[in-house]
Design a protein around this ligand. Sequence first.
Ligand code: ADP
Length: 642
Amino acid sequence: MSTASDEDDDPFEEQREEVDNAMVQLFDEYGRNYDFQAVVAIVASVFARVLDLAPPVLLGLAIDSVIQQNKPFLPWLPRSWVPPDDEGKLLLMGGLIAGSFLLGAGFHWIRNWGWNSFSQNIQHQVRTDTYDKMQRLNMDFFATKQTGEMMSILSNDVNRLERFLNDGLNSAFRLSVMVVAIGVYLFYVNWQLAILTMLPVPIIALFTYRFVKAIQPKYADVRSSVGHLNSRLENNLGGIQVIKTSNTESYESERVDDVSQGYFDANWGAITIRIKFFPALRIISGVGFVLTFVFGGLWVIGGAPAFFSGTLREGEFVTFILLSQQFIWPMAQFGQIINMYQRARASSERIFGLMNEPSRIEENPEADELVVDDGEVVYDDVSFGYGDEETIVEDIDFRVDGGDTLALVGPTGAGKSTVLKLLLRMYDVDEGEVRIDGQDISQTTLPSLRQHIGYVSQDTFLFYGTVEENITYGTFDADRDEVVDAAKAAEAHEFIQNLPDGYDTEVGERGVKLSGGQRQRIDIARAILKDPEILVLDEATSDVDTETEMLIQRSLDRLTEDRTTFSIAHRLSTIKDADQIVVLEDGEIVERGTHDDLIGEEGLYANLWGVQAGEIDELPDEFVERAARRQATVDADSEDDD
Ligand code: ADP
């Protein structure tokens, strides 16, 4: 039975293919840690299920040995324990039945504890390990996978494992113990009638197997049509303003109608198969039941019917009838167990595929701690490409003295962010070296490197939590006074004080919504508190109004004082005073110098400056043509991304 259709469009296909025997790996790496729970669960399962069978067996024995008196009363019991009269014997049987119920309940409790503890512990450990691994993955892994897809591994896939480990294994044991124990007992009592009674077992197994095979692709259709429906609804609700202003309500209603109909059809396809399954199963088991009833009944009344020989007592007949009903329904779960197993295997493949994903940044085990003194940064002939084919930045060569500011300027896609990602070691260089105070950063530990670098970007991210928690993020031991000082330096103190609970105001999606400029100043306060020697400002003042920009600029000036600073800014006025400006085009340095030097050169920088000063008419034609060409390739790139 293939799960190919089940896992259509799996974004983790590549990872899954790398994994052999994911279930073996699961039990080997995680199951072993909880073998005590597993053993307890298995042993208790066997006892619990066997005790489940005791009442019908004891009932049969009671009928034959106490009521009909044609069979010895519990021959294995010491004779001195056997009560002399029939009432006493019946009460003893009743006591045994009651005991089996009580003891059975105890074993069921232990069995449930064992399986649940086994599966919950594994689930917890797999989830936290997967999350830890995800945090260590390269940034480009996140660029190619959507957040929702990563989330689905951490939630759906891990939950599926738990479902299989708990319900799946539990049912599998129940099924095996039931079939084996009932089979053994029935064969022991009367092997000929047992064959007749057990006849439906292989037929039911085959039937449910085929049912699962038929219904699996239908369920895959249902899942994919739910996906389509949800995407359409989400897209439409997000774009409701455009729908209204374009007057396209009826068009959109029709589109929703279409995808909803698709979901209906897919579901109906699954339902038509599913609703036939249980009635058909009933018929098969009913045939077995009727055969046992008719032949067994005839046998009890008038002795062995055709093909049979020997005797069948009333009590044995009752036991047959009762037990035969007990394994039919567990058998119906047979297909379900296979299904759960296959889904769990696909989930394990995704999980282990992710865990085995190689990291592009390998920590050298002998790496030293980075020691920063002046904060001098040198790029020594650095080249780098994201993939194997294309070099994105080439021969990048510059030196920034401790405390100085270097600004990176250039058109979109020139490679400015890429150059700075190499400093933060989001990626390692392909050629050349990046050195901080003379130390090659690829030979230093990642935590020590990142501890000395502050990063302020244009898309500020705030975590759920209070303003204070967001400012102290990464500098967890700071006290309130230090936080307030940092916020003051970041020009954030005033607006924070005006928030409903000041520094204790909850922010983020579930709290107060802050404006872009406010979020950025919180981010800057975070960087000031961290007090790093080296600072990276990635277009730190875009998308804000002029007044806010001025506030941010003032706080940034305070932040960058005495720190080695790298700055990427589209608004050239913000980097005009940088000690060094490096102009990038197509991944290469084309100009460098101070603002005045570069204006004098009348090259790319001077033209970009001209654009921002509003001197569009005075730009050389060649510059405008190049810009248009570049824009065309950027647009094409972003369309490719879609
Ligand atoms: P800038 O910051 O100057 O706008 P970037 O450094 O962001 O430029 O991008 C330089 C080039 O590298 C662009 O062509 C971009 O498409 C490419 N690029 C950026 N990030 C990635 C990535 N994670 N994987 C592959 N290519 C990338």
